[in-house]
Design a protein around this ligand. Sequence first.
Ligand SMILES: [Zn+2]
Length: 437
Amino acid sequence: MPSDSFNNSNAPVPEPDIGRVVGTAIYARQSRVRGIAYSSCQSQIDMCRQLAASKDWSITHVFSDERYSSETIDRPQLSQLIASIESGEVRRLIVYSIDRLTRRMLHFQQLLELFARREVSLTVVNDPSFSDSVTGRLMANIIAAANEFQLDLTKERMADMRAVYKRDGKRVAGRVPFGYCTDPATKQLVVNEEQACRVHDFFALAAGGSRPSDLVGLANLQRWPDQNGETCKWTARRILKLLNNRVYIGEIPNGSSTLPGAHQAIVSVSVFNKVQELLASRRTTETKPRRKTDPSYFVHSHLSGKLICGQCNRPMSTSISHRGPKRYIYYRCRSDSGGTPRCTGVNIGVFRLEQLVASVLADVDDSKSELPIAMREQWDKLDERQRQKRLPQTIQRIVYTHCTGDVTIEINPEVIAEYDLNESQTEGENRDLGSSK
Ligand SMILES: [Zn+2]
């Protein structure tokens, strides 16, 4: 075993039997010269040679990098090895352990790709799974796994970076809020003085009692440009969003909450809180009529398409009128069909009509009612919402005559038939029971 091959570190030493078809190389690396003898380059080479001998392979090249870290791929002997592989001289490589080549996943991947491309088989002394027979498949697997690993690492690193950024109050991504711009280098929020003045004004006015709609009027009248430099584009929705944005008190969004931000606040916390209070108080008073207990909250067209004007025999349709914050929903005669003008003043409140119809359907005490008693009993048990929901399929047609106030209700015959059927079935059962006694 020529030990001089190890001593000559500048060039690979061709073995005497170089004429063989398959050039077989050994690669060894050691970070520090001192250390355990076992890990020295020479002992690595010795063990590789032993393995080669057991397989009857002749060593054609020996490369060894001493005092080179696994962190770099830029090692003289490794470069020589790569050149020999590229030139086709070396088709088989033996290393003591895989980390002799590199510990870096990326470099490892590059080397494996090179081996795969140049059809070099890799044999690892301390890892029998790197056997010659499965190398190709294994390499493919490793390359795939390495790629995936690399990708995961990148993702993880990005997630970590985002978390660190947020923890430090730095902006990660997203739209730049009005009042700020971003530093071209750091991408962090920087106050845009001109826009910040507007933000300041919006908050000051809102804290003084101005409504978002007032601010819209002002901003559009004054032709204040928005983020995109466009004028007259302010809407109540945008103003409301702006007034709710905690970025202006120096916070950054973090999921559904916020974190202290690294950027400069534009609005003081006291002003911001004052505005929130005012907005919240208006929300509760102004949206009260639309609570679930309010009948107008429900779909206001349970009888749409079924209601006929008794004066002109044309369908009536819904119409909404506003008085202050309240909505009033009516059925009106508004049809122009047939060329005759619509009947003026013909209207009935949606809720009033629906209640009237429901009360007729649920009238269990009316002895003259033509409706099946089982049906009326069932309707009697329903709450308001359930009644409203059932109206469309129960009602066939309703005629409302405004001048007399008459309401004629026609029930869907299928619904009536169902109740009649049930009633006769119950009667039949009773009869059967009676006769069996
Ligand atoms: Zn009419």
